[in-house]
Write a protein that binds this ligand. Structure first.
Ligand code: ZN
Length: 178
């Protein structure tokens, strides 16, 4: 049974360090970590979570886009574990959109991100994969990849593009008005 892990909060050093490679994907501790991260992300209404957010300084994150109260417009997908990911290429085009972070509750920001990118990674079965992603999922991957390099979305947003969660929810409700 997966267990919910405690989510590290901004200010804790684990969020600011460069994470190390996962050496053995088949290690039961890594497999349990993946299961726990998927459950922790789902329970917290996240669309992704990186290992440093559960106090593990490892190059591993989960991408799990689905519509939820924090991201009503998110596309649905099966949770995907990306281990030792490398961004091989990214579109020149960037787009600003709203992001939040389970480690930075109460704040939202407009963050410029590449609209598509190609990533190589190891999946949880230990197989090498290379895939191209676009739109919101590409945004999640860039957000989570920042976490394993010790960055957070605040580092990439203009200070004036930061707002409170309450104001964000107000904008969201207004945009859903007919
Ligand atoms: Zn985050």
């Amino acid at each position: 049974m997966p267990i919910l892990r405690q989510i590290s909060q901004l200010g804790q050093p684990v969020l600011r360090q460069t994470a190390g490679e996962v050496r053995d994907v088949s290690d039961p501790a890594i497999q349990a970590l993946i299961d726990d991260m998927i459950e922790t992300c789902r329970e917290a209404d996240g669309v992704g979570i990186a290992a440093p957010q559960v106090y593990q300084p490892l190059r591993l994150f989960i991408v799990a886009s689905r519509p939820n109260p924090r991201y009503p417009g998110a596309p649905g997908m099966e949770p995907l574990a990306m281990i030792n990911p490398v961004i091989l290429s990214a579109s020149e085009e960037k787009e600003k959109d709203w992001e939040g972070c389970l480690s930075i509750p109460g704040i939202r920001g407009l963050v410029p991100r590449h609209t598509s990118l190609t990533v190589s990674f190891t999946n949880r079965e230990g197989e090498a994969e290379q895939r191209t992603f676009s739109g919101f999922v590409a945004r999640i991957i860039q957000h989570e990849h920042d976490h394993i390099d010790g960055s957070v979305f605040l580092d990439r947003a203009e200070p004036r593009d930061l707002i409170t969660e309450r104001e964000y929810q107000r904008i969201l409700r207004a945009s859903h008005m007919p």
